[in-house]
Design a protein around this ligand. Structure first.
Ligand code: HEC
Ligand code: HEC
Length: 353
């Protein structure tokens, strides 16, 4: 008798646990209107990207999320955007100097973080793309990335058992167009906004820094912000930060786009938000640690010719200054962004048929 009662209790608990699992998974992946409201963080500039021309909706965002994580977008049906852009690394690809795409082909550049994109006027290390909606065409069609053509991707999506209905929900039309596909991707990546690191909380007066961190911030403001301008930590310009060009890659940077000799070896100043999570560093991933990066800036002996004169402010740091600067850079990690459930991979949960 007692045994049956125990069993009833046991199975009821088990039932509740399982039920709870389903309910909370639903909540975890659900996207509601409030999840797609765009709020510009305090102190941030006006965005370049205009969401009035691409209305944010839960359906549009969810479609973009699914596409971002879906390998169907690649030639081998194996490589998704998220293969290279890992969520826990602020969507960079840690531990890989150069990107790896379809057939394990090696690309020409390091995979950058994806964050605060709507505040950028151009994309890529050379600024070769000037509109967020056009950006995915590069990885989709690049031989060393996803190796596809737009026609073939659209065909695959149109023939899929779920996508036509998802496009209908998002854009009112089950005929899939590349324009709608690109818009939904922009809704997803465009809302990836990082503005809640310890540094942000310190600036807002909500958190205290210890002595090393405050000293690091002081050094950073004295030496680095002429390029890594607050609060985005980039001024969106192209600069030569003194890296000796890698002979094999011979990446000429901005010159590839403008053709100007004066732009040779200049690269877009990257934001340093979440930088502790995104190693290796620079357009070619040549440095593995922040200590190496700071050592590079500190020692003009290793600069290439043609370096930007603002680098004269970065040279000659003492060992303890270098340490404090790295400690400060770690305060730029934004856990609210890194753990934001809206950007999680929906696939283990989305049913495939
Ligand atoms: C094979 C790896 C790979 C894949 C797959 C990939 N990317 Fe990238 N992504 C990169 C690399 C490398 C760069 C930097 C390229 C450069 O600077 O020239 C980049 C840059 C970007 C940028 C620009 C970031 C900035 O701040 O300039 C965005 C946005 C982006 N990718 C989104 C996507 C989307 C969306 C997809 C899927 C459609 C995708 N990526 C697929 C490797 C990849
Ligand atoms: C003259 C402008 C300039 C100054 C000053 C400058 N940087 Fe940079 N920084 C750049 C550029 C440009 C890049 C990108 C180079 C590339 O992609 O190869 C960069 C890249 C970086 C990166 C790598 C980011 C990544 O995601 O790969 C770090 C870290 C960094 N800088 C830290 C600093 C620190 C710390 C200081 C101050 C000591 C500083 N920078 C001063 C222009 C500058």
């Amino acid at each position: 008798m007692r045994l049956t009662k125990l069993r009833v209790v046991f199975f009821s608990i088990l039932f509740l646990v399982i039920l709870n699992g389903f309910v909370s998974q639903d909540a975890f992946f659900a996207i509601e209107q409030k999840d797609v409201e765009l709020t510009i963080p305090k102190g941030f500039p006006k965005p370049f990207y205009d969401f009035k021309k691409n209305k944010l909706t839960p359906e549009g965002f969810k479609l973009g999320r699914r596409l971002f994580y879906d390998p169907i977008l690649s030639k081998d049906n194996f490589t998704s955007c998220a293969t290279c852009h890992l969520r826990f690394a602020a969507f960079a690809h840690i531990d890989h100097a150069l990107s790896h795409g379809v057939g394990n082909k090696i690309g020409k550049r390091n995979v950058p973080a994806i964050q605060n994109l709507i505040f950028k006027d151009t994309y890529m290390a050379d600024g070769g793309v000037n509109h967020l909606d056009l950006q995915p065409i590069v990885p989709l069609t690049s031989e060393a990335e996803m190796g596809e053509t737009l026609e073939s991707v659209i065909q695959k999506l149109q023939n899929d058992s779920v996508y036509p209905a998802l496009f209908k929900q998002a854009f009112g039309d089950s005929i899939i167009t590349s324009s709608n596909m690109l818009k939904s991707l922009s809704q997803f990546v465009g809302l990836m906004i990082s503005s809640d690191s310890r540094y942000d909380k310190f600036v807002a007066g909500k958190e205290k820094f210890n002595e090393n961190e405050s000293n690091g911030l002081k050094l950073f403001r004295a030496r680095c912000t002429s390029c890594h301008k607050e609060p985005l930590l980039t001024d969106n310009s192209y600069r030569n930060n003194g890296l000796v060009p890698d002979e094999k890659l011979n990446d000429e940077g901005r010159k590839l786009i403008t053709g100007l000799e004066s732009d040779k070896y200049k690269f877009k100043v990257p934001s340093l938000r979440n930088v502790a999570m995104t190693y290796p560093y620079m357009h070619d991933g040549r440095f593995n640690t922040l200590e190496e990066v700071v050592a590079h800036y500190s020692d003009a002996k290793f600069y290439s010719t043609g370096y930007d004169k603002d680098l004269l402010k970065t040279t000659g740091m003492t060992e303890s200054e270098k340490i404090d600067l790295v400690i400060f850079l770690r305060t730029l990690t934004d856990k609210t962004f890194l753990y934001d459930r809206r950007f999680a991979d929906p696939f283990p949960y989305v049913k495939h048929d």
